[in-house]
Design a protein around this ligand. Structure first.
Ligand SMILES: O=C(O)/C=C/c1cccc(O)c1
Length: 543
């Protein structure tokens, strides 16, 4: 293929939904230019996703929209399992102060999220959005750039991209283009989803209710001040909305409600068998589909974006090792599969399974709260640690490796801020003591910074976390996942031989822009984090 350099872009993103736009924002902060191609002219106006967890709020913070999102988010109390008569069988509380520094569950309106993401996109010169266009071809030829052809009113236009992110949903072109097929995780049901706006009395709590009734399984949740969602499995005869939601309406109900949306969906559980071919990647619903019963559909897509973008930026901007890109699929696919299986287990508890076995159904209501896997999972963090791999040096036991470091408030440059604002985009070696010279030297080699948790001015969270994990130090990736630890009483990271070659780069990192770069500079001057200077020749510690 002859490459037209004038039509060459570092990264083409197909799809301007929340996953595509978040990926563009995350790449922009690392100085990577993106072109987003989107079929629709404007933001999709109807609500779909409604929940995020605290890990995903942290991702939105890094993407630069944390405060805007806070203004539209409503913390939720958690999840309850109800029986057919709406009696509470189990309640899984979520706290407002999760590990990542945010409420463990937040409700929101997807069109509002998409609008604020688009506004952020417009503020970044690295991002361009071309809407109302259709991608009609994706071709790769050896190691060269990927040829993407899109169509608009003027005809077909070729582009060449160093990488393509397929954020084009379940029915997009990218999955077929890389020859991926669905792995079926065995759940398929037709449900109706009803979004209502009302000021009338609705019997609700600040959270999600799952009605475990094999005859009439349902989900109900409060999304906003006057916004509610119901989901009902479609029966043989579809009943009118008012009749379906009547059990939730209080006696003072005066008929005032607006149906914002009523849509029928087939809930499916699927994972694409491959997420990458060369420099073409699948993210979000293009890579995985889940029933919504644990509120993790969009979360999984945003985790994809966060996991991939720092690696891609390292490869494209710093000459990072191409093998780094293999870890996107090897880390994200098992994680997505685990969460989908949880959602399927929840669906099974609600509906009595996919078959008609009467015996199963009879025992279900009482048993729902005693399914250990389900209740344990529903009650804890829905995001498991990453499985072992080159960038996750899990040895014996579970420990800290593969988990995220917590995000407390700290003091940096004389002001209170969240930890990630200080850490920026680089690798970090976080130590329980003053970093010994050996670790400082290692940090320099990685273009990382070495920080002692003492002096960060947090509330002791970080020191306690290291102690609980029997670690004197941890190596944090740019996405705050622990790659390796120095065990308590030890002197060095033990997996260096595995991850160090993968983290080698041939070029210095490029400086990042606000807000992290500014804070980093303040910290080097003001010492609150005792940052170690980056290696000579590196313009900033940010990768
Ligand atoms: O477990 C939680 O805190 C939330 C679960 C959830 C969120 C949104 C929709 C659902 O069906 C479940």
């Amino acid at each position: 293929m002859t490459v037209d350099e004038a039509a060459r872009v570092p990264v083409v993103i197909i799809g301007a939904g929340p996953v595509g736009v978040t990926a563009a924002l995350l790449l922009a902060r690392r100085g990577v230019r993106t072109l987003i191609l989107e079929r629709h002219r404007d933001v999709y106006p109807l609500p779909r996703a409604v929940a995020t967890d605290d890990e995903v709020r942290r991702i939105l913070q890094v993407a630069g929209v944390g405060e805007e999102f806070a203004a539209i988010a409503r913390p939720a109390n958690g999840l309850r399992l109800l029986d057919a008569r709406h009696r509470v069988m189990a309640e899984f509380r979520r706290t407002e102060h999760g590990h990542h520094g945010y409420p463990q569950t937040s409700m929101f309106d997807q069109p509002e999220l998409e609008r604020l993401l688009r506004d952020a996109l417009a503020r970044h010169q690295e991002c361009e959005l071309r809407a109302d266009v259709e991608v009609v071809g994706i071709e790769q030829d050896g190691d060269g750039p990927v040829r993407v052809t899109y169509r608009d009113d003027d005809g077909d236009h070729p582009l060449w991209a160093d990488a393509v992110l397929g954020c084009d949903g379940a029915n997009g072109l990218t999955r077929d283009a890389i020859g991926a097929v669905w792995e079926d995780l065995r759940f398929e049901e037709r449900w109706t989803v009803i979004d209502v706006r009302t000021r009338a009395g609705v019997r609700s709590w600040e959270g999600v209710d799952q009605v475990c009734d094999p005859h009439r399984p349902a989900t109900f949740m409060r999304i906003g001040e006057d916004r509610y969602r119901w989901e009902f499995r479609l029966g043989d005869a579809q009943r009118p909305v008012r009749e379906l939601i009547a059990p939730w309406l209080s006696p003072s109900y005066d008929g005032d409600f607006e149906i914002v949306r009523e849509a029928q969906y087939t809930f499916r559980a699927r994972v694409a068998d491959r997420w990458r071919s060369g420099r073409v990647f699948l993210l979000g619903d293009a890579a995985h589909l889940t029933p919504p019963f644990v509120g993790q559909g969009l979360c999984a897509g945003l985790r994809d974006a966060y996991n991939l973008t720092w690696k891609l930026a390292r490869v494209l901007r710093q000459g990072g090792d191409e093998r780094l890109l293999d870890t996107y699929e090897s880390e994200r696919k098992p994680h997505a599969r685990y969460v989908i299986r949880l959602a399927v287990a929840m669906g099974w508890a609600m509906t009595g399974g996919q078959d008609d076995a009467a015996a199963l159904r009879r025992g279900l209501l009482a048993a729902a709260c005693r399914i250990p896997g389900l209740t344990a999972a529903a009650g804890r963090d829905l995001s498991p640690p990453l499985t072992a791999g080159p960038l996750v040096r899990r040895r014996l036991g579970r420990g800290l490796v593969g988990t995220h470091c917590p995000q407390p408030w700290i003091t940096a440059g004389g002001r209170r801020t969240r930890l990630d604002e200080l850490l920026g985009d680089s690798f970090t070696i976080l130590t329980g003591t003053e970093p010994p010279p050996s670790l400082s030297a290692l940090a320099q080699g990685l273009g990382a910074r070495a920080l002692s948790v003492h002096g960060l001015g947090d509330d002791g969270t970080l020191a306690a976390w290291l102690r609980a994990g029997h670690a004197d130090a941890v190596l944090l990736r740019p996405d705050r996942v622990v790659t390796d630890i120095v065990p308590a009483g030890g002197h060095e990271f033990t997996g260096t031989a595995a991850w160090a070659p993968l983290l080698h780069t041939t070029r210095a990192p490029c400086p990042t822009r606000r807000p992290f770069a500014r804070l980093g500079a303040e910290c080097r001057g003001g010492r609150p984090g005792r940052a170690t200077a980056p290696p000579h020749g590196s313009p900033s510690p940010s990768a």
